[in-house]
Design a protein around this ligand. Structure first.
Ligand SMILES: [Zn+2]
Length: 287
């Protein structure tokens, strides 16, 4: 693996840095599938890349091979030293086991917890395109929350344009860095992360990564960031003083969280509106 000497994004020490994935490897593996690359029938992992053509990238939807596409779209950067990478990988392994089990990738989301949809008003269910509401228990707060915080932190320190919507500011970057370095997951309402599981027909979205979006919620006055990764929308609230009522869905100290299962139609619409030119395979999967 190539390396360069610079300040590590996490420990801030001058170290040999790895060419790290901004999005954890776990999600990279979920979007890849093997394709035949040569006349001899050898296969290599590929992704289907969909880009709007910004920053001079080829516009459209096309397959791209492992090793080329991550650098091309800025999903890889020299970010962390080996010690910090191994720290992050402990939380990543735990989150993978919780969400997808330990069978080899690409693997579908596990159906977590039990359904409590019968407690939701049917009118609300319909208007919110809510398919199910899962009550999930026995998650290790510390490891899982630290994994969630690491997603926000990585996107916050990444330089690539695709992460530019995640604008945390120095105060929150330093606070998150301190929490990760000290294995401190913080309390429940510190950077709470609500997770929405996406589904549309037979597609459960594990193989879709979209650029994060975010901004200030006009009503609550809170900043929130949405990341679509691994079949979930991860919604982070970033505030020093308050949290929204939805934050009660986030993982709590007892290891409980609520996961709404919702229609992915809006996610699909967003992708389609950004990409008017889409080839047959991708479109047929989306519609
Ligand atoms: Zn480090």
């Amino acid at each position: 693996m190539s390396a360069k000497i610079a300040k590590c994004g996490l420990c801030d020490e001058e170290r040999a840095l790895n060419h790290s994935h901004v999005v954890p490897d776990l999600f990279i593996k979920l979007v890849e599938s093997d394709r035949v690359t040569g006349a001899a029938g050898q296969t290599k992992p590929h992704v289907i890349l969909a880009t709007t053509g910004e920053s001079g990238k080829k516009k459209g939807v096309y397959p791209a091979q492992r090793g080329s596409w991550e650098s091309k779209i800025g999903i890889k950067e020299y970010l962390f030293c080996a010690k910090c990478e191994s720290k992050l990988s402990v939380w990543e392994t735990y989150a993978r086991d919780v969400l997808y089990g330990n069978s080899p990738a690409p693997c579908p989301k596990l159906e977590l917890g039990v359904s409590i949809i019968d407690r939701v008003d049917p009118r609300l269910r319909q208007s919110a395109q809510l398919h199910d509401l899962r009550s999930v228990k026995d998650i290790e707060y510390k490891k899982f929350k630290l994994f969630q915080l690491s997603l926000l932190f990585r996107a916050g320190i990444a330089n690539a344009k695709q992460f530019s919507a995640v604008n945390l500011g120095d105060k929150h970057i330093q606070r998150l860095r301190g929490m990760l370095l000290n294995d401190d997951p913080g309390d429940v309402l510190q950077y709470p992360c609500m997770m929405i599981s996406l589904i549309e027909g037979s597609w459960s979205f594990e193989d879709l990564i979209m650029d994060p979006v975010g901004g200030r919620d006009k009503i609550a006055g809170l900043f929130s960031y949405h990341m679509t990764l691994g079949g979930y929308i991860w919604i982070f609230e970033v505030s020093s003083h308050k949290a929204s009522s939805e934050a009660s869905y986030a993982l709590n100290l007892s290891g409980d969280m609520l996961i709404p299962v919702m229609s992915g139609a809006r996610v699909i619409q967003r992708a389609l509106s950004a990409l008017p030119m889409i080839d047959g395979n991708w479109r047929s999967k989306m519609l």
